[in-house]
Design a protein around this ligand. Sequence first.
Ligand code: DUC
Ligand code: ZN
Ligand code: ZN
Length: 485
Amino acid sequence: MPEFDLVIRHADVATESDRFSTDIGILDGKITALESGLSEGEQEIDAAGRLIMPGGVDSHCHVEQISSNGVWTADDWFTATRSAACGGTTTIIPFACQHRGQSLRDVVKDYHDLAGPKAVIDYAFHLIVSDPTDQVLGQELPALIKGGYTSFKIYLTYDALMLTDRQFLDVLAVARRDGAMVMVHAENNDMIKWMADRLLQAGLRAPKFHAVARPMLVEREATHRSIALAELVDVPILIVHVSGGEAIEQIRWAQERGLNVYGETCPQYLFLTEDDLDKPGLEGAKHMCSPPPRDKANQEIVWKALEDGLFEVFSSDHAPYRFDDPEGKFKAGKDAHFKQIANGVPGLEVRLPLLFSEGVGKGRISLEQFVALTATNAARLYGLFPRKGTIAVGSDADITIWDPDKQVKISQSILHDAMDYTPYDGKEVTGWPITTISRGNVVWDKEEFLGGPGKGEFLPCDTPPALSAERRPVTAFDPVTGVLS
Ligand code: DUC
Ligand code: ZN
Ligand code: ZN
């Protein structure tokens, strides 16, 4: 009887802090041995000449979620997780999104019903809180946090989802009291609406005006405001999908003050620009997301911040809406104006290869940084480490084997999501995940998907470690009890 279900031989392993050669022994979905010369496994993989890394953890993606404009994402839980697996990702953390009037508990149950039978890889949930009633704040959130939903996203824009500053403070206070990470979509709603109304009145309807109505300062203002509100409550926050220099300046300012403010960026801010929204006809819609991609100078600033360690995580923000589909981007019709076009871009499968090729391959970030940004930091930030995000004895056997020299021209035809386009069409990359292993099972190998629906497991998240850090209130007012301390 072999000692292991699977042995990976001659593994050149990269983690967030280390590089070593070893065999990897896997039993019952866990890594149980890391040393050379392991005894035989029931299955064996020879990884000589390849690179072995922890499977990616994509901590920002939208799966089977309905937008505030009433459009469903193109991917369901099967196609999204298949696509993730084929791109080297083994854990995703999408959202369970509360719309006003809904009980969060019911929302979470509904998302579980969708995910359970279809997920190919493991998953956790962030909660989108859009209706922080007394019931939600006082009962549902505390119970859900105990149940392993230890992160929330809140919006400062979109009429249907956004919170007022006061509601945001209420959510922050619950996060502080019960131990949860708050993620913020930081854009100023009134500034956007004020500009969008004027643009539309002037007959300016094309996709490129999406970017005109959401300039960098809209993001800068909301980023700064979020930092100030979190500072008042003295609780960590993470600013999601940071697009350029002015928001980065705010995060750097906060970090230099010693505040626990984290940042996330995404492929669209490294590889797309606002010029992509100005492509002929309706093509620009393929590149519409919020915040929008900025100019080349901002793209370079985002790269620099990634290199310097300002960002904690690099996520896809996969928000897929098909281009040529009456239920997709143009559900409101082909003559829809920019506010009516569904807003988001896909990216689950290309997130890792894009950053590997342009970041590691071009010498901008180290391999260790790559692993940290794409797997380890997200696992740690959201309370999944060390089960996920690393290669260590006792961790889940979530492993990606890379061919660092494989040259690939990205096109929709090689991807495994349910989309009809990729915004990265034609981009040539070097390095691709050729095998993906999810809890010991090979789910992607030799350009073939081998996984199955329902094999993914729900991952309850622990208290994010940042919430366990010592507090240092900035005022005499205790933000949880409301009394002077
Ligand atoms: N925010 C997201 O996080 N994703 C897609 C669109 C948006 O506004
Ligand atoms: Zn957002
Ligand atoms: Zn998103």
